[in-house]
Write a protein of this length. Structure first.
Length: 328
């Protein structure tokens, strides 16, 4: 069995689709489905079990001999969440419990970290996994801190020689966009938020810049198509001898203005952008630049090129957002 926590979410459901396409063994989804259309993310999948998160550990114990890998992508992912106790319970404590469970049984373990762990990027964006390197990072919100806390815990356990999973991979996802993100509301990618405006010929709204030398809309992110992240995950899954903490991005920073222009042109329109004030509450914690270094992943043998922004947006719009059925 392959267990995917957050399996009905954005990245988890794309991974489930890719594994099914490869005719992998039984897929188990652990997630809250709720009362909206989130279930549609896995509506086309053949699923062995759907497990509520509060029953996950019991399920693992009951099926321990059948489970060979856990992909742990379930989390509170909002950078605006302020309940730190809730964040820690979901993003750190559960992650630690799953690490311990996998280590005790030699099960393989993949988990979602985040580019938010890099904070403002003062220490760069190299995915070094030593305790000393990780201690230099300064996340700017509780979500990023919770992910960073677990990265640091893993590093300490590894350096102490404690038992570890048969394979372990921490995935530092950057700004991922693509199909099946529709349930995320305000946390959807900017590409998805701009699409309906571009389609209707209305202007997109981007934040003004509050930093000298950076124009309005010139704030940069590493925007990565979810298809590329899945390719990275599958390559690591196919190479169980490789373990470590790895960036998962495009490797190239692009501006929000570039992103908006790509969406408009994918629907056959010229870009229209209005610049708005950034809420004061986030100005001091706003990242102006992120760019994944992929040298570590490439150094262990990953050779697949990432998708250029314009190509990824065009594929997303034409294959999914503009289709009658936008779900993968």
């Amino acid at each position: 069995m392959i267990v995917i926590t957050g399996g009905a979410g954005f990245i988890g459901s794309n991974l489930a689709a890719a594994l099914e396409e490869r005719r992998e063994r039984d897929i188990v989804i652990c997630d809250h489905l709720g009362t909206d259309d989130k279930w549609r993310n896995v509506g086309k999948r053949e699923i062995a079990f759907i497990v509520p998160p509060d029953q996950l550990l019991d399920f693992l114990d009951d099926h321990a001999h059948d489970i060979h890998v856990v992909f742990h992508f379930g989390a509170i992912s909002s950078t605006l969440e302020t309940d730190a106790d809730l964040i820690i319970a979901n993003n750190f404590t559960l992650s630690h419990q799953l690490w311990t469970w996998c280590a005790a049984r030699g099960c393989r373990f993949f988990y979602a970290s985040s580019a938010s762990t890099y904070g403002a990027g003062e220490a760069g964006f190299e995915d070094a996994a030593s305790t000393a390197a990780l201690a230099k990072l300064r996340p700017m919100n509780a979500y990023g801190w919770s992910k960073h806390l677990f990265d640091r815990r893993v590093a300490r356990l590894i350096e102490r020689g404690n038992p570890k999973p048969g394979q372990w991979v921490g995935c530092k996802f950057f700004n991922v966009y693509g199909p099946n993100e529709y349930h995320k509301g305000p946390l959807r990618s900017v590409a998805h938020q701009i699409y309906p405006l571009a389609k209707e010929g209305k202007p997109a709204r981007l934040f003004r810049s509050y930093r000298d030398g950076i124009p309005d809309g010139g704030q940069q992110r590493d925007f990565v198509y979810v298809r590329d992240c899945i390719e990275m995950l599958l390559w690591l899954y196919d190479n169980p001898e490789v373990s470590g903490l790895f960036n998962m991005g495009s490797g190239q920073a692009r501006s929000f203005a570039d992103l908006a222009a790509a969406v408009y042109r994918a629907v056959g329109r010229e870009p229209q952008i209005q610049f708005i004030e950034m809420p004061p509450a986030i100005r001091e914690r706003y990242q102006y630049f992120t760019e994944a270094s992929l040298k570590k992943l490439q150094g262990v043998g990953y050779k697949q090129p990432t998708t250029p922004l314009e190509d990824g947006i065009n594929h997303y719009v034409r294959t999914y957002l503009g289709a009658d059925d936008p779900y993968r």
